[in-house]
Design a binder for this molecule. Structure first.
Ligand code: NAD
Ligand code: DAU
Length: 354
């Protein structure tokens, strides 16, 4: 089959990546999608079992830091576009093991940039390197007032956000130095199906289900701006196709929640869906020692993306949150698999012998 484009998506077996891969494989059947993922603890190829047999989908287990492999993929699949999502993504893990974050997020991004530069070798027409980043690079906002814009100076606080900020700088440096056709976006907190249950929403739904404590950091006063993952995937599709080269776009839900208010809503909704009496799981809420360097507030101004590319988040938070909680409760086997480690066999059973 002749494909109109050959796109390398990195980190496609993770949370956001799996939604992006599914969207591209199904909505753009004339594109070949090559998903390069190392399958760390956060990667689960079963997240994509509904599309794994599609003719336009190729899965490669491998490391974005492996220059030889990445260069070989550019050549074998005649890659003309990159959507780069692979990363170490959890702030708490970055506090424990910062070097892992520098390796994957900085060196891995640099390896991909260098492979694209060499493969495309100055022929930039029809080529694009899209780097997916986070609002955490901007640091923290005060409790009230202010939004991150594309012009907010970078001020990362955690090893995770410092590594993402560093990767963003390398992406811009490759544009400014070599002319590589890059585009970037910085998004707020995503939620939805297939998120690893170390992040707030799936962790707490799982803990409510199992009657375990819900560890709220500090006083629960920190504020996050939540966006449904498929709305982010739609923004990624738009930016990849129509974003201006060299530019970055902020993506956010205009949907700020104090952690403690979100946790109360989560508890009430999960109890209702489980058929528990009102207030049944409130006693599981436990205030614990705060995260070191915990950013107080994130909030995104996404007016540039809305104005220039016509993007809007489609789901209301109440609708998206209920749908998400229902998904985790209906997919308790997925939760059991990723928390027990059983999901690690999926690759051997479905891919390794091919
Ligand atoms: P995730 O942790 O769920 O998935 C990361 C994926 O990358 C996994 O499949 C993992 O196996 C893969 N990976 C890790 N190291 C690799 C390596 N060396 N080589 C190849 N693959 C590797 O992450 P996520 O939450 O889906 O985030 C995806 C991207 O979006 C990240 O770049 C993250 O910084 C960014 N982001 C996330 C959010 C969010 O709320 N989750 C918000 C804004 C931006
Ligand atoms: O803002 C975008 C970022 O959002 C992404 O770049 C990151 O990859 C993603 O992990 C997310 O980072 P956060 O640190 O905001 O997400 P997390 O789900 O870990 O935490 C959300 C908030 O809840 C945060 O203020 C910390 C708090 N929290 C988290 C956990 C896991 C708790 O109070 N208790 C917990 O157990």
């Amino acid at each position: 089959m002749n494909f109109s484009r050959n796109i390398l998506i990195t980190g496609g077996a993770g949370f956001i990546g799996s939604h992006v891969v599914r969207r591209f494989v199904t909505l753009h059947p004339d594109y070949r999608i090559v998903n390069l993922d190392l399958l760390t603890y956060a990667g689960n190829p079963a997240n994509l079992k509904d599309v794994e047999e599609r003719e336009n989908y190729v899965f490669v287990r491998g490391d974005i830091c492996d220059a030889e492999l990445v260069e070989e993929l550019f050549s074998r699949y005649e890659i003309d576009g990159v959507i780069h999502l692979a990363a170490e993504s959890h702030v708490d893990r970055s506090i424990v093991d910062p070097l892992a974050f520098a390796r994957t997020n900085v060196l891995g991004t640099l390896t991909l940039l260098n492979a694209a530069r060499k493969a495309w070798n100055g022929c930039w027409e029809g080529r694009r390197f899209y780097h997916i980043s986070t609002d955490e690079v901007y640091g923290a906002l005060p409790a009230e007032g202010g939004l991150f814009t594309e012009h907010t100076p970078y001020a990362p606080h955690s090893p995770y956000s410092a590594s993402k900020a560093s990767s963003d700088h390398f992406v811009r440096a490759f544009h400014d130095t070599y002319g590589l056709p890059v585009v970037l976006s910085n998004c707020s907190n995503n939620y939805g199906p297939y998120q690893f249950p170390e992040k707030l929403i799936p962790l707490f739904v799982n803990n409510i289900r199992l009657r375990r404590p819900l560890p709220v950091y500090g006083a629960g006063e920190n504020v996050r701006d939540w966006l449904y993952v498929e709305d982010h995937a739609e923004a990624i599709d738009l930016i990849f196709h129509r974003g201006t080269t060299g530019e970055s776009y902020n993506v956010g839900g205009n949907n700020e929640w104090r952690n403690i208010d979100l946790v109360r809503l989560l508890v009430a909704t999960t109890d209702r869906l489980l058929g528990n009496p009102e207030g049944h799981s409130s006693s599981l809420i436990t205030f614990v020692t705060d995260r070191a360097g915990h950013d107080l507030r994130y909030a995104i101004d996404s007016s540039k993306l809305q104005r220039e590319l016509g993007w809007r988040p489609r789901r209301s938070f109440e609708e998206g949150l209920e749908q998400t909680i229902r998904w985790y409760l209906d997919n308790d086997e997925w939760l059991e698999n990723v928390t027990s480690g059983a999901y690690e066999h999926y690759y051997e059973e479905h891919y390794a012998k091919r």
